[in-house]
Design a protein around this ligand. Structure first.
Ligand code: 4AD
Ligand code: MG
Length: 430
């Protein structure tokens, strides 16, 4: 019976065949332990000299790392292994031998591992991180579908900027100038006026010269946009969504979290409602924490965000930032127009801003004025303004950065390990 490692529990006591690679191996004169992986999981295969033909035992002892195999054996329960099962091997068929695999069980430097990313993805830790990423993606779709959102795909090639003009990737679109999308938001606003509640999930690009643990050049963003929803209501969607995906990761990725040694108690705290503080309160808090020279009107850097997050045991919303340091489309607070109806969600443990969101300007004149103040031109000018002309409504939306969320849930330090092939300031390979 041919099966996969993820399915072996259904075949306890039976003989199965698994297509696998040899991840690692230990052997003595009488027994060989094969660490096998097939993509769906990891299992130990045990080859006992006295129980197999001599030829099979010798072949097991000589196997090299990452050789591909068909392994046949009996599935037995193994309470010592975190996986719960092992394979008593009867037969090994080598498919293709692997010679001098570069990533050995010893420690390697990050640059070396990144150069070998196409192979590094096979390792147990990277496998666990990608499975957590997959679970966040899966539960994102189910959350928004359960809540009546329509998935809408904004374009990647655009004629306009959504988040400021300094970080755009320029490209030629035949004879025109075009950019790679920084955010699908402007298009999602049009979609919300057509479908009510929408979400997108796609790649976005920022030509940012930032080399930090939180920045990628190409990253994936989930961008919901809701017609007839104000800023407060949007915050509720955000905390429900983040709590939902965290719960799914806890429930469906227990083995992966264990592989990563993730402190689960930290993830158990991710439950709505999340605390909210205003930008003004955040400034106050920072001053109390010894950031004496921070002034009202300045944006927060990573050390500020980390310090603020430390005062809470859950992710925290910082709301009502000064208009001057936020994007052109954010709606001013009617009670105090120098601040906008926006929030950043700051994750604990130094993972920083995972969500940026706001209520959008719905007034045509004010939006025109903002376009002028920000010296914005380009394709979106006409159509984006028209959304305010034909039945404008209050609407809000937000963007969650997938990689920062994966890093946070997995407990990995740097976002470069949370995407299969990271694009970094100094890296376009592999
Ligand atoms: O705060 P940002 O720039 O917001 C927007 O793009 C809005 N248009 C979203 C919206 O309202 N529809 O980006 C949103 C999130 C950030 O909070 C962060 O998690 C992630 O995207 N992000 C990055 N992740 C990795 N590398 C980068 N360079 C990132 N820049 C933003
Ligand atoms: Mg932001």
């Amino acid at each position: 019976m041919k099966t996969t490692i993820s399915q072996v529990s259904k075949h306890e006591g039976k003989e199965v065949t698994i297509g696998a690679w040899l991840a690692n191996k230990r052997s003595s004169g009488k027994i060989a332990f094969l660490q096998l992986r097939d993509g769906t999981g990891f299992i130990q295969g045990v080859v006992v000299k006295a129980e197999v033909p001599e030829e099979t035992f010798q072949s097991a002892k000589n196997l090299t790392q990452e050789t591909s195999l068909y392994v046949t054996g009996t599935v037995v329960e193994d309470t010592r292994s975190p996986f719960g099962y092992e394979l008593q091997v009867k037969e090994i068929e080598v498919i293709s031998e692997s010679v001098d695999y570069p990533i050995t069980p010893k420690e390697h430097g990050t640059e070396f591992l990144m150069d070998n990313r196409h192979l590094w993805l096979r390792s147990k830790k990277q496998h666990a991180v990608m499975k957590i990423r997959n679970e966040i993606i899966r539960s994102t779709y189910s959350f928004f579908h359960e809540n009546d959102y329509v998935k809408i795909d904004p374009p990647i090639l655009t004629g306009s900027s959504a988040e400021g003009t300094t970080e755009l990737f320029h490209t030629k679109y035949f004879d025109e100038e075009a950019y790679l999308s920084q955010s699908g938001q402007l298009y999602m606003e049009a979609a919300a006026m057509a479908f009510g509640k929408v979400f997108s999930f796609g790649p976005t690009f920022r030509a940012e010269k930032s080399k930090t643990r939180r920045h990628l050049i190409e990253f994936w963003m989930i961008e919901p946009e809701m017609a007839f929803m104000n800023h407060e209501e949007s915050l509720e969607v955000q905390e429900q969504y983040v709590s939902y995906i965290a719960e799914n990761v806890r429930n469906n990725c227990a083995l992966e979290l264990k592989t990563l040694d993730r402190d689960i108690t930290k993830l158990e705290k991710i439950q709505a409602p999340f605390p909210r503080i205003t930008y003004d309160e955040a400034i106050q808090l920072l001053k109390e924490k010894g950031f004496d020279d921070i002034e009202w009107g300045e944006d927060f850097g990573a050390p500020h965000e980390t310090a603020i997050a430390e005062s809470f045991d859950k992710p925290v919303f910082i709301t009502h930032y000064p208009a001057d340091i936020k994007a052109f489309y954010m709606k001013p607070d009617p009670k105090r127009t120098e601040v906008v109806l926006c929030a950043d969600l700051i994750a604990p443990e130094g993972y920083g801003e995972v969500i940026g969101g706001s209520q959008r300007i719905d007034d045509l004149e004010l939006m025109e004025q903002r376009y002028q103040e920000h010296n914005l031109t380009g394709d979106a000018y006409q159509w984006y303004l028209e959304l305010r002309k034909y039945g404008s409504v209050p609407h809000s939306g937000f963007g969650l950065g997938l990689e920062r969320t994966v890093a946070w849930f997995s407990g990995v330090e740097h976002v470069r390990e949370t995407i299969p092939f990271p694009r970094l300031l100094n890296r376009l390979y592999p």
